[in-house]
Every structure is written in C-alpha cells, then in structure tokens.
Design a protein. Sequence first.
Length: 238
Amino acid sequence: MATIEKIFPHIYAVPLGYVNAFLLADEDGLTLIDAGLRGNERRIWKAVARIKRKPADVRHVLVTHHHSDHVGSLAAVTKAGGAETYVHPLDAPIVAGEKPRPAANRASVTGRLLGRIIMRLPANKPAAVAADHEINDGDELAMGGGLRVIHTPGHTAGHVSFFAEGHGGVLFAGDAVGNVLGRIGKPLLMFTEDMEEAKASMRKLAELEFDTACFGHGKVLKGKANVAFRRYVEKMAR
Ligand SMILES: [Zn+2]
Ligand SMILES: [Zn+2]
C-alpha cells in the first residue's frame, strides 16, 4: 500500500488500511484530517516524512467524527507533534472520554448480534483527547488553504465534512458518504446513529459543487464527483 497519494499539489491522501486520513499543506505547516486507527501514528509520520516534513509540522488535526477508526491515533499524533485538535461539540465529549460511545445501531442485524462485542474490542477504545477547538456548521477555517465546515449529522450526531474551494471544489466527506468497492453509498447502518439524518446529510452534500471527493473509506473520486453524489441521492429517493 502506498504511504501517501498526492491528489493535488497541497492535498494528500494517507491510506491507513481500510480507513483514510488526509494531509493538507500550506505555508504554516500541515493539517491532518482524521487520525486513523490505534497504532497508525507511525504510518502517519512516514507519510509526513515522505513530503519532507516533520511531526511538529502537523499543526492542526480536524476530526470528522468520534469513531475509533478516525481518532485512534489522535492522542499519539497530538502528543508527538503538539497539534491542536478540532471537533464538533456533539462529538467532542465522546472523543474526550466524558461520554460513552453510542452502542451499535440495533436496526442493523449485525449490530444486534455483534455490536456489543465489536464495541468492546481494544481497537474501539482509543485514548481520550480533549478538543482544543469546537467547529460548527459554516465555520471558515484558515488552515490547509481554507476549509469550510459542513455539519453532516446522522452517521454520528457531531459528524462534519470539510469543503475546500479551488481545484473545482474538494469535499472531505468523512463517513457521511462512503466509496467502498468503487461506488458511493450510505454509511454502514450498524455504525450509523441515525440513518434518516445521514440521508439528509448526503442530500446536503450533493447540492455542493465539487469535482473531487475524499472519503474516510474508499478511493478518492476525481472529476465531477458531485454528479455521482446527485445520482446516488436521486436513486435513494426512488
Ligand atoms: Zn464512522
Ligand atoms: Zn470510518
């Protein structure tokens, strides 16, 4: 597996097994979107070294949502590099360990059968991190060349996506939408807190103009990515 994939000259995907993180470079340093699974910090530092930067260059870590495959190495990354963390207020107490992780969705058969066991796995118990900053819908962040926060609840209540102008628009969808097995689709029901809300968030994202979409799971979608989103949302409505 590649250590790092250049999407645009200042935007990189960092594949971490079945989940992705992203690195955005600007003159101040690096911004990391999501922090993979527990123990992924070495792979993240390898990716950082590949673009000739150091751990301390990672100034900001933006968290799409509280799931352990997105905050697994958050504590390790911030400890080593001193980066500040950004989380939506609805997910922040879970990331901070002040509130328990919600149980698997019982509307899912797998969730009913295996949810408890899965939630108890050590991999699903990432070290707690208190967020330095809260991020809310519509916030304009200066780092990474400029990012707009889009609240996309449903997968989790505090799930956010990030939108970058330029290059025809680049969306960092997190788990609001997946691109597993080469097609975009809904997030996994078992790990989605409210599927109706998740669908509304997909519709919200489909209204944006973007050529490129980056996902927590699956390959980057390049070229008229929002057309694929719109098609999926229309299909969902039928
Ligand atoms: Zn998730
Ligand atoms: Zn995920």
